[in-house]
Design a binder for this molecule. Structure first.
Ligand code: GLU
Length: 296
């Protein structure tokens, strides 16, 4: 073993679709190309969006594609105690504050400040609750960013040097949601560290989260893994292929369909067509091709 630990971290909000198979295959190939381990983590903290049974169905889909976790599969819904500990550490360092603002409150405050926001743009929190303690238990906890800054740089293996100024581009972001659920940013950072993940390979659409995650790693004194964001799979309309955009779940009920789905995912990653028809042999062949295309 090489010390490499990678992961695929799907949210069970539906079955695998063409886009999520690309992320699964890319992370698996990168792990295997490095003689590393590949772990599957089910990111089911956003309970209202999860579909009962989607986790098991997704694991079965991965298995027919020859993609099987090298360690125990973990479910984020069972790991709240770890997120709680991390949040306490951030509280102790006074890097958090409680916030009672709704989306409408934020939009109103921004409007009052004359800040224009595009319709689908994420709202940059104007800091309303920074100084005032809300008189309710029903709060979100936000990460209190130093302002100006921090400017986070990281080198993505695919995208090259990246930079984001968290205060201006993102604002004080949520760690614990107002609807009393853990936020993705905190859970992913805690779990990547707890599972000793050395390499994150995931979809291009998640690249924008990386600076927040690097910042939390620094605050919590956790190591920063290496990042590779794969090329984005877009639908016919040029939008990200996702369940929200009506991406079709992959039907993988025959060897031919499995073969086709994998070929498509591989082509998306710019891998040549594998000459074999047997899934295990195909994966091994792509692994070699992967090394040349995506060097360490
Ligand atoms: N759970 C996230 C998703 O399904 C992926 C998180 C990650 O890879 O960091 O989009």
């Amino acid at each position: 073993m090489s010390g490499y630990v990678g992961r695929f971290a799907p949210s069970p909000t539906g079955l695998l679709h063409a886009g999520s198979l690309v992320a699964a295959l890319a992370s698996w190939l990168d792990a295997k190309a490095h003689n590393g381990l590949w772990l599957v983590r089910i990111e089911d903290i956003d309970r209202p969006r999860c579909i009962p049974g989607a986790d098991a169905a997704m694991l079965a889909q991965l298995a027919v594609c020859g993609l099987v976790s090298d360690g125990e599969v973990v479910w984020q819904s069972q790991r709240g105690h770890l997120y709680e500990q991390a949040l306490s550490r951030l509280h102790q360092q006074q890097l958090t504050y409680a916030c009672s603002c709704s989306r409408q409150d934020i939009a109103r405050a921004l409007k009052q400040q004359g800040v224009q926001t595009a319709r689908h743009q994420a709202l940059i929190y104007p800091g309303t609750c920074r100084e005032a303690t809300p008189h309710t238990n029903h709060v979100a906890w936000r990460c209190k960013l130093p302002s100006p800054g921090p400017t986070i740089q990281w080198t993505d293996r695919q995208l090259g040097l990246q930079q984001q100024d968290l205060s201006t581009d993102v604002g004080d972001f949520v760690l614990w949601r107002k609807d009393q659920l853990w936020a993705y940013q905190l859970a992913v950072v805690v779990d990547d560290a707890a599972q000793a993940i050395t390499h994150v390979v995931r979809g291009h659409d998640l690249a924008d989260n990386t600076a927040r995650q690097v910042w939390l790693q620094r605050c919590l004194q956790l190591p920063t893994p290496s990042y590779l964001h794969t090329p984005l799979v877009v639908g016919a309309d040029g939008d990200k292929l996702s369940k929200q955009h009506g991406a079709q779940p992959l039907a993988l009920d025959t060897p031919t369909k499995v073969h086709l789905a994998l070929q498509q995912a591989a082509a998306h990653l710019h891998l040549p067509k594998a000459p074999q028809t047997n899934t295990a042999e195909q994966l091994g062949w792509w692994c070699n091709a992967w090394r040349a295309l995506y060097p360490a």
